[in-house]
Design a protein around this ligand. Structure first.
Ligand code: ATP
Ligand code: MG
Length: 382
């Protein structure tokens, strides 16, 4: 079997820097490397309804936002199948069968779901659908026989849950499903990019994001308001770079060329800081102000985001075509998922139409019953 890639995002907001470094950049790289056989990208609108049942409009409105973000980051619909989860009902069928292979206790142990429940303040209003979304992700992955899943590290428990479902299924019903592998970004700071507020994860649902579609002014405002080392009060104070989101973002986005461009003295030609290590060292020993570092970060982010923003601006003039890409992708995805569902149902033994043994055995059973009844009748008559 070759390489089949599947990833996705919930249309609960526009995509942000966390998505870019955690998953999107890897997808584009994989896509452009050509080292794959099939690549699927899911806009997980059904999953997004599990914690937005009272606000479906938000989910619907964000479908186009996510699609525009994909295309502006370089996802090419000629190479990838971009589809809408709700357009592929076979995924719900698969979810239903997989639900029987997972215990409630196992779901309750999922650390990402646990944390998300706290963030959302669910307590005893937790919807069953939200609790079971890791099972629906297993359906999404296995429906396409995907074996490579580029994700941020919050998704590792989901991939592990999928692997467990695959193993249980194959043990019970024979070798049917493919076990997937999570692929994390090479740069470890990109596994889980923190929020601008310093919280552990930049997340749409927390609202601590720099969005790919933010204007130049918004990016600047957010960067300038970022959380840094709270004890670095005066420029001359030594500062902490570890866990400091400004330095984490620099580590995720800055390249040596940015240092050459930004810190070059136009008169002497000297470069004040040649790389991130030099900048960090100065911050740590004191004498480097937050403002200077933030201005540099803003420059780096602008260099990354300006081309994405420009492509998005063009794509925004072609909204119907973007929807068309999603509809065509969904049809293609449905074709594949329905093949998997047939395979799964056959493995479980729920394919009545092709189960001639079952029909014949029922014919035989009733023929035998009738014959026995007939014999009994005759014996009684005698
Ligand atoms: P929500 O808050 O609605 O769950 P989200 O911001 O967590 O939204 P998802 O759509 O759940 O985004 O995540 C899509 C993909 O992006 C996943 O692979 C996830 O690991 C990755 N991702 C999301 N946020 C980050 C982040 N801060 N750092 C790295 N990867 C991330
Ligand atoms: Mg999430």
């Amino acid at each position: 079997m070759g390489n089949i890639i599947l990833t996705g995002d919930r249309p609960t907001g526009r995509l942000h820097l966390g998505h870019l470094v955690g998953s999107l950049s890897q997808r584009v790289q994989l896509q452009n490397s050509g080292m794959y056989d099939e690549m699927y990208i899911e806009i997980a609108d059904s999953q997004a309804t599990t914690d937005n049942s009272g606000n479906i409009q938000k989910v619907k409105d964000n479908v186009i936002e996510v699609a525009l973000d994909y295309l502006s980051c370089g996802i090419d619909p000629k190479k990838c199948t971009i589809f809408l989860q709700s357009e592929v009902p076979e995924l719900s069928d698969l979810t239903f069968y997989y639900m029987n292979l997972v215990t409630v206790a196992r779901l309750q142990r999922n650390p990402t779901v646990k944390q998300e429940i706290v963030y959302r303040g669910f307590q005893n209003t937790l919807p069953v659908g939200f609790m079971t979304y890791p099972i629906s992700q297993a359906a999404d992955i296995t429906a396409f026989d995907a074996n490579i899943i580029p994700v941020g590290d919050d998704q590792l428990p989901m991939i592990e849950q999928t692997r467990e479902i695959v193993r249980t299924f194959n043990r019970l019903y024979g070798d049917t499903l493919v076990e997937p592998q999570a692929v994390l970004p090479q740069n470890t700071v990109c596994h889980r990019l923190p929020g601008t507020d310093g919280q552990a994860k930049m997340s749409k649902s927390i609202g601590n994001c720099i969005y790919l579609a933010d204007s130049k002014e918004e990016v600047k405002r957010k960067v300038m308001g970022m959380f840094t080392d709270p004890n670095h009060l005066r420029v001359q104070d030594p500062g902490v770079t570890e866990g400091n989101p400004v330095f984490i973002y620099l580590s995720a986005f800055s390249k040596d060329k940015h240092f050459e461009e930004y810190f070059k003295n136009s008169e002497t030609g000297e470069i004040e800081y040649k790389n991130l290590d030099e900048l960090k060292a100065h911050y740590e020993r004191g004498g480097l102000g937050d403002m200077k570092v933030k201005k540099f970060l803003n420059y780096v982010l602008e260099d990354t985001l300006a081309p994405i923003r420009a492509r998005r601006h063009e794509l925004e003039k072609h909204i119907p075509e973007v929807y068309q890409i999603l509809f065509e992708g969904s049809e293609k995805a449905r074709l594949k998922a329905s093949k998997t569902l047939s395979r799964v149902k056959a493995a479980i033994g729920l394919d009545y139409r092709n189960d001639y043994d079952l029909i014949n055995s029922q014919v035989e059973k009733y023929a035998k019953l009738h014959a026995e009844a007939e014999t009994e009748k005759k014996t009684k008559k005698r």
